[in-house]
Structure formats: C-alpha cells, structure tokens
Design a protein around this ligand. Structure first.
Ligand code: SF4
Length: 678
C-alpha cells in the first residue's frame, strides 16, 4: 500500500480483556469516505457490530474510540473526538481541545480503539509505537487533576516534569503540570498529554466525561462512563514523530493564513464565548434561568457578573490555547469569595454553556428572596459571589469528570421540583436543594459521583431522575420539568426565543440535542437544504478534526488544507459535504437500531420538553413566545418530515432510503440495518 499522507494509516486497537494491542490499517478509500474523527468512528461502530442492540454500553463488547483526523497534528485548532455507544444507549460523539490530539498524531496514530474490560484498574501509556497497559490501582478514586499529573509523570523524565512546572510557576503544582509550554502553535515544544476520568467515570455516572488539561472535556454523552466500565483510568501519550504531509510548504502557508485571520478575531480573542455570551443571551431572552422558567432578567445588572471583562477583573489568571490556535478561548481563573468552600479554587473561566447551565439555570445570579423579575439590589461583592458559585460548580464537574450541561439540567430539575413542593429534602437524603444554594449542590454532587443513596438514581441523568420521582410520587406532571431532548440535557440555547435556535435543530442533529450542529440561520428560514448543508459541514469539521470555533477562519481554505495534507488533489467541497451526510445517515440508523425503535416519531423524535410549547417566556424581548406557535404538530408532523425528505430519508420514519445509502457509498454497512426499520 502506498504511504498515506495527512493520516498515519494506523489505528491502535487495545483489547483490555486479553491485554493485547493490534494495529488496524483502514484502506485509503475508507479514509477518503470518512476522513477520520467522528465519521470514521461511527463507521467502525457499524463495522464491528457495536450498533447491535445486544451490545450493552457498559459491556466489554462496546468500543470506545479516541480519534483525530488528517489535519490534526501541525494543523491549526487541533482537537480530538470520542465515539462510542453511550450509557444512555444512543450514539456518543464528544469533541475536546487540548494537546493530546496532536500528541497522538506525533506518536503515529489516527486513533485508539478500546474494547474489552481490564480485570483491575489500568491506564495506557503510549510512547510512539509502544503501547503499554499499566496498573492504575493507585490512581483509582483520584480526581481528574491529580490523576492527569500522575500520568504525565509516568512518561516524562524528572527533568522534563520539573521544566513544565517551572514554566508555569505562577500556578499550583497540579495545574502547572497540565499547562502547555509558553511557545505554542506550529513547531511548539511538546512534552506529553493525557486523557483521564474522575470518580464520575469510575462509577459509571452516565454523563461522566473525559478530561484533559484540567478543564478541557470530551464533555457530552458520557464517554467517561464507558471508559470507567472498562476499568481504564486514563491514557497518556508522548509522540516524537512528525506529521507526514503531502505538500508541507502549501500546508504551512494555508495554516498560516488561518492563524493570521484568527489573530484579527476580536470576538473569540476577547474571552471566547464568555465575552458577550451572557449579555447577548439576556437581550435575546434566551438565558436558561431556573430551569428555563425565565429567559431574561428584568434587570440586566444581574448578568454583569458573567461578562468577560468583569470576570477578567474579578478572577483572571492566565489565557491558554489548544495547539496551533490563535483564538485561545480558555482562561484560567481563581475564585474570589467570602465563602471558604469556594475561595482560591483555580478553574477555567466558565464558557457560555457553563454560565447558562450551572449559572443562571441554578438560580446563582439572584440575591436570596429575589426572583429574576425583581430589580437587582446588590453591589459588586454580590456579583463576585454570583460568579464564584458559577466558577465553583463548573470546577466541581471538571474535578469529578462530569458533563455540566447534563449536570446543570439535572440540578435545575431537582430545584424546580423542590420549588413546587413536588419533592422534599427527604427525597434527596436530607439535602435541601434550593435555588442558588452552592453548598447543597456540592453535597448532592458528592452523592452522585459515589452513587451513594439517591445519588445512584441521579447518576443516570435528568430523564431517569424525573421518571423515578414521577413514579415514586405518582405525579406524571414531574416529567414536564425535565428539560431534555432525546432523554439528554438541552444545552444553554432556547427554542422559544426567535433570536436563538429553531427547535428542529435540536430534533435533527446527529447526536442527541447537540447545540453545535450547524445550519442555524437556515433552520430559522425554513430552508432545509441549506440547513442540511450546514449540518453536513459541521460533521465534516468533527471528522477532519478541528475546532468549530475556528470554522469561519477555515472557510474557503478547508479543502485546500486537506489536499495539502493528504495529496488527494481531486477532493472537492462536495466530497466534504458527503462525509457529513454519511455521518448523519449512520448516526440516525445507530440510534434507531440500537434502541430497536419501532415508531421513531413517537418513541424518539418527539421526546422534547413540553415547556417549549406550553410555557411562554414570562419576561424580556420575546415575552409570551413559544416554539412553533405552541403547536408540536407543526414541528413533528410538518417541518420534520420535510427535512427528512430533503435528506433522502423516508418521510414517515426518517430512515435513509436504499438509494440514498447507495449514493453515499455506505449501503454495504448500512442497508442491512436500514431495511429492518423502514
Ligand atoms: S478556540 Fe478554544 S477550543 Fe478552539 S482550538 Fe482555540 S483554544 Fe481550543
């Protein structure tokens, strides 16, 4: 086989049951069809039979994949992506920033596929071609920060480890060891990188994530729980090889253009999504406040605590970035609070999702006894405490290794049930979980990660918790307060506000209720063809694999960069779109088949919050707004079938037709499954 460029042509398959490592070498046509990352990972879930319903998410037969793409390595905005069957029994695709992505390429791998289950806790140590399965008994039970440091020490010499501490001497030793060296970008000095799980993953909390660099996460759909089910604590990688490119000069020229464009990006370089996210969400009436009971504060002063510039003054420590990124959206901060529980904690500046889901959503941005409809009567010290609670709760999720979108959704559900006297403190093992109470949040999260008492129920997420309480209390209306889509948390974007998302985005995105699926403006205009093109383009981003936040800077250059990496000179924009279309068709079939859904619209597609249609926004610019004029049939019986038709899927069930699968060139793996569900 001719030597491949861009990709390495090798994926490591690690079987933890047999303690063996083998090498999977996909042919070039598979790379051309799927590129890498998410699309290639989903392809393998079909090829290896993980899509079948008898493969339990936490069984040894499930496959957990860490994948990168042809431009990951010395390319800009490098990210990695995990693909597996989620503990919720649907597709799990989760992307993360951090150096580990490039490190994997430099070690000579396009991905790692983990199957089986170790008989005791282990971690993987990858140094170039050498992959060792090592004992992790001493790391089991450790939080994510400590565990990551221990893994780095395992592959770095004492001198190298000491150097990394000295470079970042202003931080705590734990954080110092996790930060990238000062020189970044192409040619940056590299040491090693690691992915780890915390106690959340070890105890198979369904929404446990995988953490790197202290606060970067393969955040959603619980890859950490699958990792924990395999007794795998972490993966540490050290790569010393290069990134083999077809046309190095061209590749570096285009990469340089992307970085130069990013350097002029005022929005991302000014605190990332934290910059103006809070203020604009309040203007758009789309801020998750108290489990989406409000979309805006009557007094915008409440939200000032979460504006980038204000957070900068209150708690900024240091700005950091992924390899080759000039946007550097991540900010390290140190919590300032009168409360010793929180004061001094080092964490990252909450991004928009954290601000929404474990900020406004938990009632952290009002004074006691005030509601979001009241004027703000506090001072800047009160604002500092609002911010501290948001930062600290973000930190707790990272520290334990939990998705704060699902975590925030669950906590807000419980707080609203408490507000409405639908549950009591006794239902939560004596914890009185009220709006704004960070100590109660601290206590309940401890129970969840340990699966102790009621924590064992709550560890299975928002939907299961609502089901449990509605049955226990004999009150079916409790389900109305679960703000989930496809049984997973709705992220911090509202569908009632016309300025935010169209509900069909959440309904159709390739992983359940994902907020970065693409096609936003076209969805609002009802232009399904353009919306689908946007979704396909985003799926291609996750297959290449680079950062969504940089997508605008890659526009018009992506295919040329890919060509320079791979040497596929005949590759076109249309080919790129087809990669996304393949991912969408396969993800749709995965969810339908693995759950053995007979009536997709009833059992799956319409599993969205009643609040979207029945609880109008009570205040703000879009007061009284609801989704789809309050009529779910306009969404599920009119818009959705039209979207499916545009995709070449059946209009009654949304199953890709035989012609569509053939046209996409995936009929060999997908048609036998699709035929069972049409
Ligand atoms: S924008 Fe942020 S997440 Fe994206 S590559 Fe840059 S630093 Fe990483």
């Amino acid at each position: 086989m001719a030597e491949l460029k861009g990709v390495t042509g090798k994926i490591a398959r690690v079987d933890l049951t047999t303690k063996t490592v083998s090498v999977v070498e996909p042919p070039e046509e598979v790379y051309r069809k799927f590129l890498g990352g998410s699309a290639l990972g989903v392809y393998f879930l079909f090829k290896e039979g993980v899509v079948e319903p008898d493969v339990h998410p936490f069984s040894p037969e499930n496959m957990l994949q860490f994948m990168i793409g042809p431009v990951t390595g010395v390319g800009p905005n490098a990210r990695s992506i995990t693909i597996t069957k989620s503990g919720y029994n649907f597709i799990s695709i989760a992307t993360s920033g951090g150096r580990a992505a490039s490190e994997l390429k430099f070690a000579g791998w396009d991905g790692i596929q983990i199957v089986g289950k170790a008989d005791k806790p282990v971690y993987l140590a990858i140094v170039d071609d050498n992959i060792e399965i090592r004992d992790a008994s001493k790391l089991w039970g450790m939080d994510t920060q400590k565990a990551e440091v221990e893994l780095l020490k395992a592959v770095l010499s004492p001198l190298e480890y000491r150097e990394s501490i000295l470079i970042e001497a202003e931080l705590t030793p734990e954080w110092a060891a996790l930060r990238p060296p000062k020189r970044r970008g192409i040619g940056a000095k590299r040491l090693a990188a690691a992915w780890v799980i915390g106690p959340g993953g070890e105890n198979q909390v369904w929404y446990a994530n995988v953490i790197t660099e202290g606060a970067r996460a393969h955040g959603r759909y619980g890859p950490g729980a699958v990792m924990g089910s395999k007794n795998l604590k972490g993966i540490v990688i050290r790569g010393t090889k290069g990134h083999r490119l077809a046309d190095k000069a061209k590749f570096l020229e285009i990469a340089g253009q992307i970085q130069a464009s990013e350097a002029k990006d005022y929005f991302w370089r000014s605190y990332g999504t934290a910059g103006i996210g809070a203020r604009s969400a309040n203007i758009e009436d789309a801020f998750p406040i108290r489990n989406w009971q409000w979309g805006a504060w009557a007094d915008p002063e409440n939200v000032r605590a979460l504006e980038g510039a204000w957070m900068d003054i209150a708690s900024f420590v240091k700005q950091v970035a992924c390899p080759g990124c000039t946007l550097h959206c991540m900010y390290l901060t140190q919590v300032t609070s009168k409360d010793p529980l929180m004061d001094g904690t080092i964490t990252d500046m909450p991004d928009w999702e954290a601000m929404g889901m474990v900020g406004g959503n938990l009632g952290y941005l009002e004074l006691p006894e005030a509601t979001p409809s009241d004027p703000f009567k506090g001072d800047h010290w009160d604002l500092a405490e609002f911010l501290a609670k948001n930062q600290y709760t973000t930190f707790l999720h990272d520290y334990y290794g939990l998705d704060y979108i699902e975590g925030g959704c669950l906590l807000a559900l419980l707080m609203e049930l408490r507000q409405r006297d639908l549950i009591t403190p006794e239902d939560l093992d004596g914890i009185d979980l009220k709006w704004g109470d960070v100590h109660a949040v601290d206590a309940i999260l401890k129970k969840i990660v340990a699966r102790e008492g009621i924590g064992d129920v709550l560890a299975n997420g928002t939907w299961e918790a609502a089901k449990y309480f509605s049955e226990k209390k004999g009150k079916p209306e409790i389900m109305n307060y679960a703000m989930t889509g496809h049984r997973y948390a709705q992220p911090a974007h509202d569908v009632r506000s016309p300025a935010d998302k169209n509900a069909l985005e959440y309904v159709t995105v390739s992983r359940p209720c994902e907020h970065t699926g693409g096609g936003g403006a076209a969805f609002k205009q009802g232009d399904w063809a353009a919306a689908i093109a946007g979704q396909n383009a985003k799926a291609a981003v996750d297959s290449l694999v680079y950062c969504l936040f940089a997508m605008g800077h890659w526009a018009g250059k992506t295919v040329d960069l890919l060509k320079a990496a791979t040497g596929w000179t005949d590759f076109t924009e249309e080919d790129l779109g087809k990669v996304g279309a393949r991912q969408y068709a396969l993800c749709r079939l995965f969810d339908i088949h693995t759950q053995q859904i007979k009536d997709p619209k009833k059992e799956w597609d319409s599993l969205f919050p009643r609040r979207w249609f029945k609880d109008p926004l009570p205040t703000g610019a879009y007061k009284d707004a609801v989704a789809y004029e309050g009529d779910p049939s306009k969404l599920f019986d009119e818009a959705l079938p039209a979207y499916w038709k545009e995709r070449g899927w059946t209009e009654d069930k949304g199953i890709p037709t035989a012609e569509t699968l053939k046209e996409l060139g995936i009929d060999d793996i997908a048609e036998p499954i699709a035929a069972q569900h049409r």
